[in-house]
Write a protein that binds this ligand. Structure first.
Ligand SMILES: O=C(CO)[C@H](O)[C@H](O)COP(=O)(O)O
Length: 222
């Protein structure tokens, strides 16, 4: 296992402490989440079912013996576990590197606690080094891209990729995300945008950072 993977695994193990048994739990997408599912598979918690943010996560959870439930049948969730592509000191995030941003944002929006697990390379002062994913409706792809250019961005179509919802994803470089809430609102207002991978209006509540030196668990200050 690479040291980066070890850091993700360590963060996933620490995150497990936040799991609430005998209820539904939300599970995101990505390599860090995959470590979290491995930890769950080893420790076998008693949970009602998982609400999953992607087909890939659902497949891994099912293989590990966990039930999947659709969000439409669960109501609000006590806790959601996911990774991030970048996270700042306010626990605002860029997400969607794995293309699951829309389902991730929906699940995060109905979860009482968002536990974000990262390796330390994901921590930043200002978001934006990682290109911002924007899921769009196919027919509005170019129109949205032109609006993103007006906002100062350089959008690139993610090649040969469709989200689990069947939509294309634009990766936007060079945006000024120093005011992440304002930019999230502006991008959300563009017709044709399905979801922007900025999680500023709904930041994480708990941040667990794995590194060579150990694991740090941080709680967002209100
Ligand atoms: O937002 C995501 C998927 O859409 C992931 O949380 C993000 O890409 C981080 O992935 P990884 O844990 O593999 O570094």
């Amino acid at each position: 296992m690479s040291s980066n993977d070890q850091a993700k695994r360590a963060a996933a193990e620490a995150a497990y402490e936040f799991l609430i048994e005998d209820d539904y739990i939300g599970i995101g997408t990505g390599s860090t989440v995959n470590h979290f599912i491995d930890v769950m598979a080893e420790r076998k918690p008693s949970i009602r079912a998982c609400v999953s943010s992607s087909e890939a996560t659902s497949a891994k959870l099912k293989k590990a013996g966990f039930e999947i439930e659709e969000l439409n049948y669960t109501g609000n969730l006590p806790v959601y576990f996911d990774g991030a592509d970048e996270i700042n000191t306010h626990f605002e995030m860029i997400k969607g590197g794995g293309g699951a941003l829309t389902r991730e944002k929906i699940i995060a929006s109905v979860s009482r606690r968002f536990v974000c697990m990262v390796d330390e390379s994901k921590r930043v002062d200002i978001l934006g080094n990682f290109p911002l994913p924007v899921e769009v409706i196919e027919m509005g792809r170019s129109a949205v891209a032109r609006q993103l250019v007006k906002l100062g961005g350089s959008p690139e179509l993610r090649p040969n990729v469709r989200s689990d919802n069947g939509n294309p994803i634009l990766d936007v470089y060079n945006l000024d995300l120093s005011n992440a809430i304002a930019m999230e609102d502006k991008i959300n207002a563009i017709p044709g945008v399905v979801t922007v991978g900025l999680f500023a209006r709904r930041p994480a509540d708990v941040l667990i950072v794995g590194s060579d030196h150990g694991v740090q668990t941080l709680t967002r200050k209100p």
